[in-house]
Write a protein that binds this ligand. Structure first.
Ligand code: HEC
Ligand code: HEC
Length: 321
């Protein structure tokens, strides 16, 4: 019996690695097969700095009832944002936060145009926007797959209410700090799809990746909307990205002079570089292929992964408003 368990464990380690072969799995948030020792279940009430409210970890991780630490900072939430809806529809504020600023595994959606967000929700729903990482032709369970599953069960009415509410939020300045570094803390993906530093893990070469970590891991797990990330990017990436972004069919032609968006072309400035890379890769591979995404498939056709990491680093380093 012991032997069978050991064999299964090795297999579990191999599957995500297979999915990652020749694919940038680092940007797609697959929980690590072997997790560092889990903390003891903790039922003590928690508090985000500056909030008067208290929630237990069980409440914080209830995705149909996410915490709202600072209810005075936004208009009342529609039901779908606070509590989700039928089937797989979870409360949008759980992953995107009550501020809409989100985490690298999801997306910052605060202040994006309603028409743009609604279009994305319909693209997820009808299969035009998919999970780009495949194993034997099948999408693998990861953070992006969650969003796909939610959109499949989301009604057009709820999609409209949620996208309207998030579009009225103002993006928070300096939510992401972009730092060039040759070596970065070793990290892993938790079962909750967050990338966090490996306790006592030392450092490793960054390689051709963005390693985006919580500025304060304790606050990130509380879904504290006042605590953002530090995104490590390869040395020289920002300048390289600036050169790529301003040559040829420059990004600003469509995304606006400061890249904060024009009409239904979304803002890309100051957003998570992990998210931005994931989208560029998804356009290039055709996993994101809605009718409106055709210009982006042309834009990304000749970029390699290093180019896309550099572009993501550059646009993330710009002010988001
Ligand atoms: C379990 C976590 C989770 C929940 C809950 C969730 N999302 Fe998402 N959402 C994601 C992830 C992950 C992505 C990024 C997908 C990708 O990688 O392309 C995303 C992306 C999006 C995008 C695309 C953003 C862009 O810039 O194109 C929109 C819009 C969105 N979500 C809206 C919603 C709405 C509305 C709800 C509530 C009905 C919701 N989400 C609930 C995880 C979640
Ligand atoms: C010809 C117009 C055009 C150009 C040039 C262009 N974009 Fe886009 N971009 C778009 C459109 C339109 C969308 C929205 C696609 C959709 O709705 O799916 C988009 C979406 C994106 C997204 C996804 C944002 C999100 O919220 O998910 C990223 C990232 C992006 N563009 C980056 C870039 C970068 C970097 C450049 C320059 C190298 C660039 N774009 C140049 C038209 C353009």
């Amino acid at each position: 019996m012991k032997r069978v368990v050991a064999v299964l464990f090795v297999f579990a380690l191999i599957v995500p690695a297979g999915a990652a072969e020749n694919q940038p799995a680092w940007a797609f948030f697959f929980p690590a097969a072997n997790q560092p020792t889990a903390a003891e279940p903790d039922s003590a009430p928690k508090q985000a700095p500056g909030s008067k409210l208290k929630y237990t970890m069980a409440q914080i991780d209830d995705l149909k009832n996410p915490p709202d630490w600072f209810p005075n900072e936004h208009a009342p939430m529609p039901k779908v944002v606070a509590h989700g809806g039928p089937g797989a529809v979870l409360g949008c504020a759980s992953c995107h936060l009550a501020s809409g600023m989100g985490h690298p595994e999801s997306a910052s959606i605060a202040g994006l145009k309603q028409v743009y967000m609604f279009r994305q929700l319909m693209d997820f729903k009808n299969g035009a926007r998919r999970n780009a990482i495949l194993l034997n032709g099948k999408p693998q369970a990861n953070a992006t797959q969650y969003m796909v599953n939610i959109a499949k069960d989301l009604s057009p009415e709820d999609a409209k209410a949620a996208s309207q509410w998030f579009s009225a939020l103002k993006p928070q300045r300096n939510w992401v700090r972009v730092v060039e570094a040759a070596n970065v803390p070793k990290s892993y993906i938790t079962r909750g799809f967050m990338r966090v530093a490996l306790p006592g893990g030392g450092t490793e070469p960054i390689g051709n990746r963005v390693i985006e970590l919580p500025q304060d891991v304790n606050r990130q797990v509380l879904r504290d909307p006042h605590s953002g990330t530090t995104a490590y990017v390869p040395p020289g990436a920002i300048a390289r990205g600036r050169a790529l972004a301003t040559s040829g069919r420059a990004c600003e032609t469509c995304h606006g002079t400061d890249l904060t968006g024009v009409a239904d072309v979304p803002s890309i400035a100051g957003r998570s570089p992990t998210y931005i890379f994931r989208q560029l890769y998804s356009f290039k591979t055709g996993a994101r292929a809605g009718a409106a995404s055709m210009p982006m498939q042309g834009v990304t056709a000749n970029f390699n992964e290093a180019d896309m990491v550099s572009l993501a680093a550059y646009v993330a380093s710009l002010p988001n408003s």
